[in-house]
Design a protein around this ligand. Structure first.
Ligand SMILES: [Zn+2]
Length: 297
């Protein structure tokens, strides 16, 4: 659980938003304050004073106290702004249906710190099913308004925050490949998927569930059907489930098992018919192979 300093700790003086919200938020928006840039070495007292300054700005502009739900400093410390169940004033037209994560400072001109990105990723992850729906996407303010917010240097890091590994070494972009687009998912397709996902590239999909074999004739070589419950499945499938979950396509367990729920998520992600099974010469597999040839997943 991320430690988030309470409103009382920094000395909130104004209203806690303007309304109580019920239910989980549908979206999460990332902002920046464009206020004074504190260094990562700032003291807690300096940060508290800055949160009060941000509160004063919100109060002056909207009369509802501090605008954002949580504020994150370069130190990586987080402070509660508007309570999670109260409405803030951060994203025009969506304040009732979203929550906000705010980077304190100006990220059009400054870079976010690794600690700040790690805190944001941890909060986004912790909030799933708690403050927002498990499928709630993380978006930049600029995705829905004409604004530079949250600044290009934070906006470009949103994929890492979504994926939960900010600052993690991204897998080097794989060289273009000549994977055959044939709609059969065998070891060549798995090897390529492993390269793109950054998992060990051996072309084997370990520990899969034998009961699913017969309904998926499009899965050919390299599929290991000796799986047992709780054996962790395939690292490749688990990483792919994480990516799909971060994009709101998959709500199941990260269990490494390529079952109907995973295939439905993948089909939805690829825009092919969603039936949860892989036929021979599968359209979904062809779309996946094309995407892999372009070096993405
Ligand atoms: Zn904003």
């Amino acid at each position: 659980m991320v430690a988030i300093a309470t409103r009382a700790s920094w000395g909130a003086r104004y209203a806690d938003g303007d309304k109580t919200l019920t239910g989980l938020a549908a979206e999460v928006f990332v902002h920046h304050t464009v206020s004074t840039q504190l260094p990562a070495t700032a003291t807690v007292d300096q940060e508290r004073a800055q949160v009060r300054a941000v509160e004063q700005t919100g109060q002056n502009r909207f009369g509802t106290g501090i605008s954002y739900n949580v504020l994150i400093f370069p130190s990586g410390r987080a402070y509660q702004g508007v309570s999670w169940n109260r409405r803030g004033t951060h994203t025009g037209g969506r304040n009732s249906t979203s929550r906000s994560i705010c980077f304190v400072g100006n990220y059009e001109t400054n870079q976010p710190t690794a600690a700040q990105l790690a805190t944001a990723a941890a909060i986004y992850d912790e909030g799933r099913g708690k403050w927002w729906k498990i499928t709630a996407p993380l978006r930049g303010h600029c995705d829905v308004s004409v604004t530079a917010c949250p600044g290009k240097n934070v906006f470009s890091r949103l994929p890492e925050i979504r994926a939960g590994n900010p600052g993690g070494t991204p897998a080097p972009a794989p060289a273009p490949s000549g994977l055959k687009v044939d709609g059969f998912w065998g070891s060549a397709t798995s090897t390529r998927l492993q390269q793109v996902l950054g998992t060990p590239a051996d072309g084997v999909v370990s520990h899969q569930t034998a009961a699913w074999r017969s309904q998926n004739p499009g899965l050919t070589t390299g599929w290991d059907w000796t799986g047992k419950a709780g054996d962790g499945g395939s690292q490749m499938i688990a990483e792919h489930q994480r990516r799909l979950k971060a994009r709101g396509r998959y709500a199941g367990a990260i269990d490494g098992k390529a079952g109907p729920q995973y295939f439905r998520g993948l089909q939805a992600d690829l825009g092919t018919p969603v039936d949860g099974t892989i036929s021979e010469q599968s359209r979904m597999v062809m779309a996946l192979q094309r995407r892999l040839n372009a070096g993405t997943v």
